[in-house]
Design a protein around this ligand. Structure first.
Ligand code: AMP
Length: 431
């Protein structure tokens, strides 16, 4: 059978990430890992797929679960789904392993949603996230939000807004939902079809609808913040005061609800001001105080967020920050002699690398000119040249690729020479 014409291309809505662009991913991930580490979060890794029930716990009223999951059966007939979001697997892991609370973890994972691909929206995207289970202290909400906020700042983003809201809890939300439902029923004629169908089961989602008619109706709808019980109200006030105390600017967005049903109390979203509204969501999250219990665990409040890597990179492009790294190696070894110095070239290269320098060489017995070109392309700071004339004197030539100057260095001294000269100008790990 002939393969389909596009069989050997990425499936719809997925992307390859290649060097040098992947260097930006590496920088982004390293910045997040280091920040999460400084905040006391450990890396958690969970499978790319889970039993489908794990995601059903997110609420079957959500698009992510209802329409967008990649579901499949294994050979034993078990129903599984590729991870559409990051919180449910982490909570499942918490319930399964019962680590000591508070359990503070971060993750980096691919997420799969059967969406209609468009700019900034893919079928496989990647998220950096953090979750904390076991504590409902508002100071922790502040910590989690500032972890994300400072991460955006650390990679150079400045044009983004942080919106926060409280979704209440089992005490106060039902009363609010009743009030919202009656209001929406009275205005059902002005709502879009989608919103009308959600009105009874999931009225909060109507607040999320971007259709102009719905926006007009929901702007005048009763607000959650006016229905919060005393506990939720004081929790929310403490979060705002905590953010103010550490200078994290935020705005209150009374109609901010999130796509997933399990959120309680604090909910938040980061939006880029440099991007169109269809793709300006950089990340978001919130509290989910009942999710662990729902999965059969002990009562364990939780809070977390997910940040979309692709989206953040689009925002970086728009703000002109986090450029693609320029290729760089400390030393590039060029062989102008041939096989008789092969072992020596290999030994020098190994030693350079083992002593902490970045080093490379050309392969395949290429001409001197071709090797020098490769050195240039690799961004070599110095070229170490094995030439016949130098060899006879037990030396190599070292060329400074910035100044073009070339010196002869005894072979026994070349390692020390490079370390000494690079020590002055060393660009740490810049690849
Ligand atoms: P969510 O889990 O829906 O709250 O999404 C968290 C973040 O992931 C969003 O703010 C986006 O930055 C990103 N994101 C969500 N869905 C997609 C998608 N289909 N393609 C690319 N990024 C996405």
């Amino acid at each position: 059978m002939q393969p389909a014409p596009d069989a050997f291309r990425t499936p719809k809505g997925t992307n390859d990430v290649l060097p040098p662009e992947s260097g930006r991913w590496a920088a982004l991930i390293a910045a997040f890992a280091s920040r999460a580490g400084r905040f006391g979060y450990g890396l958690v890794m969970t499978p790319a797929y889970e039993h489908i029930e794990v995601f059903h716990r997110l609420g079957e009223g959500t698009d992510v679960v209802r329409k967008e999951m990649f579901e499949f059966e294994d050979k034993g007939g078990r129903k599984l789904a590729l991870r559409p979001e990051g919180t449910a697997p982490v909570v499942r892991a918490y319930v399964q392993h019962r680590p000591t609370a508070p359990w503070k973890v971060w993750y980096l994972s691919p997420h799969f949603r059967h969406e209609n691909p468009q700019a900034g929206r893919y079928r496989q995207h990647h998220q950096l996230g953090a979750e904390v289970l076991g504590v409902d202290d508002p100071a922790l909400d502040v910590e989690v939000i500032s972890l994300a906020h400072g991460f955006f700042r650390s990679i150079g983003l400045s044009r983004f807004r942080l919106a926060i809201n409280s979704l209440g809890d089992a005490q106060c939300r039902p009363g609010y939902l009743d009030a919202l439902r009656s209001y929406l029923r009275a205005h059902a004629g002005e709502l879009c079809e989608d919103s009308r169908s959600r009105l009874e089961a999931n009225p909060l989602r109507v607040l999320d609808c971007k259709v102009p008619g719905c926006v007009e109706v929901t702007e005048r709808a009763p607000q959650l913040l006016e229905h919060l019980c005393a506990d939720c109200k004081s929790h929310f006030e403490a979060v705002q005061a905590g953010l103010d105390a550490i200078g994290v600017e935020h705005e209150i967005a009374p109609r901010l609800v999130r796509g997933l049903d399990y959120y309680t109390r604090t909910t938040f979203e980061f939006a880029s001001e440099a991007l169109e509204s269809a793709q300006n969501a950089l990340g978001g999250g919130g509290r989910y105080d009942k999710l662990a219990e729902d999965m059969g665990g002990p009562p364990s409040p939780g809070i977390g967020f997910g940040i979309g890597i692709e989206r953040v990179l689009i925002a970086c492009d728009a703000e002109n920050v986090l450029p693609t790294p320029v290729p760089y190696v400390d030393a590039y070894v060029v062989d102008a002699v041939g096989p008789e110095v092969g072992a020596e070239v290999a030994a020098l290269l190994a030693e350079l690398r083992e002593t902490g320098l970045s080093a490379d060489r050309a392969y395949g017995g290429r001409s001197l000119r071709a090797q020098t070109k490769s050195a240039d392309r690799a961004g070599a700071r110095y070229v170490v040249l094995f030439g016949r004339a130098e060899m006879e004197k037990g030396a190599v030539a070292v060329r400074d690729m910035e100044s073009g100057e070339q010196v002869e260095v005894p072979r026994s001294r070349v390692m020390a020479w490079l370390h000494e000269h690079l020590g002055k100008t060393h660009r740490d790990g810049a690849r």
